[in-house]
Design a protein around this ligand. Sequence first.
Ligand code: PXL
Length: 277
Amino acid sequence: MSLKKTLTIAGSDASGGAGLEADLKAFEEHNTYGMAAVTVIATMDPDNNWAHGVHTLPIDVLKAQLKTAFSTGIDALKTGMLSTEEVIQTTGEAIKASGVQNVVIDPVMVCKGEDEVLNPGTVDAMITYLLPNALVTTPNLFEAGQLAGTGTPKTIDELKVAAEKIIALGAKNVVIKGGRALQTDKAVDLFYDGSDFYLLETEKVDTLYNHGAGCTFAASITANLANGLSVKDAIFEAKEFVAAGIKHGWKLNEFVGPVYHGAKPRLGAPEVTIEKI
Ligand code: PXL
């Protein structure tokens, strides 16, 4: 038996829907061997409206985990919640030193439902230490606007401008998750590889149960790259995978509904289209 090795450098979501828990579920569903280096532990308080706590691990503990994981020979990795500039710098430098090429940067800045940026200095640190390592980066609308310095894009034309700026910062490919926030009939994402723009589209699903969608999408791209898919094919399959997960999202408790990470292989995926624009 031999499996491709995938690594997530991300936070733990104690409720299991997002963060490294989502990543490991997606890695497994894509038949890769998942590993995790934990950056922070996120907690949610049921006695305080599910308010998030972010508990950053000591930097030496992160460094020791990165040493462990990289020593095994990683085929592809992703990053998730990196809570401080020190965590971002350590992670970026370790990725660079590892020589791993299949790098997916999910520039997590806020958790759904929480509108404060984790820490304002982290945007500059992401630009300096993370984006130059990115084979693919997967910002949502807000994150794309922060990285590009444009403010949150609201139209396809504004998405294109933000995507060009993000490529200019050193990422080789960018997919901006428009999702339901864009004023479009479909759930639309924009993919830019530095020369061509593509729109990925699928049906909009009217659900509140989509916790962990972003992590699951980026982790699926990562696993697909480990398994040898092209960037474009990796993104296309990841969109199918997460669309299925959102369609079959479910209520965990009164506060949160995660995507069903295992939906696509068991229940099939909605149709996804990709079109050069
Ligand atoms: O969905 C963003 C996210 C990423 N990582 C962790 C999280 C969350 C949101 O809850 O908890 C650990």
